[in-house]
Design a protein around this ligand. Sequence first.
Ligand code: AP5
Ligand code: MG
Length: 219
Amino acid sequence: MYLILLGLPGAGKGTQAALIAQAARIVHITSGELFRENIRKQTELGREAQPFVEQGKLVPDELTVGMLLDRISQPDAVKGFVLDGFPRNVDQAKALDEALAGNGKTIDMALYIEVSTDELVRRLSGRWNCGKCGAVYHEESRPPKVSGACDRCSGQLYQREDDRPDVVRTRLKVNVKEMEPLLQYYRSGCKLYEVNGELGVDAVKDDLLEAMSRGQEVR
Ligand code: AP5
Ligand code: MG
């Protein structure tokens, strides 16, 4: 299956993509994490992307599309993937479709996790990430068993630089502007499934898995 998870910053894309990838046995690919890894390693791509990521702005398509298309061409993505954070605008969506079509493939579904702005701000301000395996926690709704340590790998938890309130405001503004045209793009291709992201993590996961099995029946 070739899946896309859509949602505003903090909607739960990373949380749900990890669960779906495990359930469907496909690889989870996060554009944001690819950028953060390149920034940590200070690659040329990382140095170019860094100011955009730090300010909460979209990294230009010239950098983003190439990075993503390269990642999905790797052997572990051949049989399927769930994309988290890409595409983020219609041009990226078209570039993805064209690249897949060149290999006789197509996106099966775009799953949109809808969450209100107040809840997004609450989620981002309490989020902690594992620096080792990327697992996501929240100090109220999904606390780790031991404060500051990952349940899965005992890695140290950290708060993302771009979760500062001023950067969160920019991220929300930038992403809201691109979201409706992107939703319309997948709606017009009959590939869009929307779920209520305000529910708990397990309930959202069940709704996404249900939408995936309904989508498979239709196809
Ligand atoms: P990216 O890393 O993708 O950030 P984002 O889109 O802002 O999304 P987040 O990762 O912040 O949120 P999420 O939806 O994954 O939520 P999570 O599961 O963590 O991108 C970072 C930057 O990279 C961008 O700003 C941009 O600069 C650049 N970039 C990336 N892709 C790009 C692209 N395609 N084009 C251009 N630039 C790009 O959950 C959030 C919190 O909520 C957690 O604490 C979690 O525990 C909690 N939570 C999750 N689900 C629930 C629930 N159901 N109930 C209660 N709490 C929940
Ligand atoms: Mg994420």
